[in-house]
Design a protein around this ligand. Sequence first.
Ligand SMILES: O=C(O)CCC(=O)C(=O)O
Ligand SMILES: [Fe+2]
Length: 279
Amino acid sequence: MFDIASVDCTESTAPAEFVRSMHETGFAVLRNHPIDPALIDRLYKEWAAFFASESKMDHLFSPETQDGYFPFRSENAKDSPIKDLKEFYHVYPNRPLPAGVKEATEAMYAALTQLGADLLGWLQQHTPDAVKAKFSVALPDMMVGSTQSLFRVLHYPPLADGFEPGAVRAAAHEDINLITLLVTGSEPGLQAKDTAGNWHDVPCDAGMIAVNGGDMLKEASGGYFPATTHRVVNPPPEHNVSRYSMPMFLHPRPDVRLSDAYTAGEYLDQRLREIGLKK
Ligand SMILES: O=C(O)CCC(=O)C(=O)O
Ligand SMILES: [Fe+2]
């Protein structure tokens, strides 16, 4: 049974239901959450204009700081030889942003950081004591003072004629970080894999926020919270349109100890090399 909860954040049962779903499936979907729908709409409009403009090339990413614009086909999933069919922009705090998106993007970054801290509080509260004992500090405290969280704005363009066989919008992968808050895509396509290897559509209507656990949460919890494999499938030929989505990857401070084997900083460096974003 792979039951991704659709959690109404205003219900008293929300925290426990959220944590059950994160344990059993690695995913949960939030309704009635505190992120302003008008801000979500504004962001999608402003970023669509950015990706449609030639001036996006003036904002090419910096290999050192990893912020900025990553052109079409920059990234491959770990162990995948084929680049994904996407372009994206990486937002980090205290880095310049294109003028047309700056204000709303900074507001969204702050709002998702706050929501993420609240959700980590829910996880901390409803994790069994034996698992909690593994955390070097409480989960929300891992984020205090962190400037590492990454807000990624993704554009998957319509598929071009004759695109490389086997290429997909986003190949199967796990996220690296603690938890991801995904301001849901403008189009369907996100799927999560259960432990038997079956793929399930992640239910995300417009305005919902999908949450999933990453490798760092799995590492810190000794596997109690899985880092569920997910992917974005290509659209059917009769509906070949752009898709936008906006994941916020919550990253602890680099000095935070995840496990006996790794600090968060050591863990991140290793994974960025594997996905071709760092040399
Ligand atoms: O576009 C999506 O819905 C998911 C993107 C994703 O999984 C990622 O960027 O890690
Ligand atoms: Fe992902």
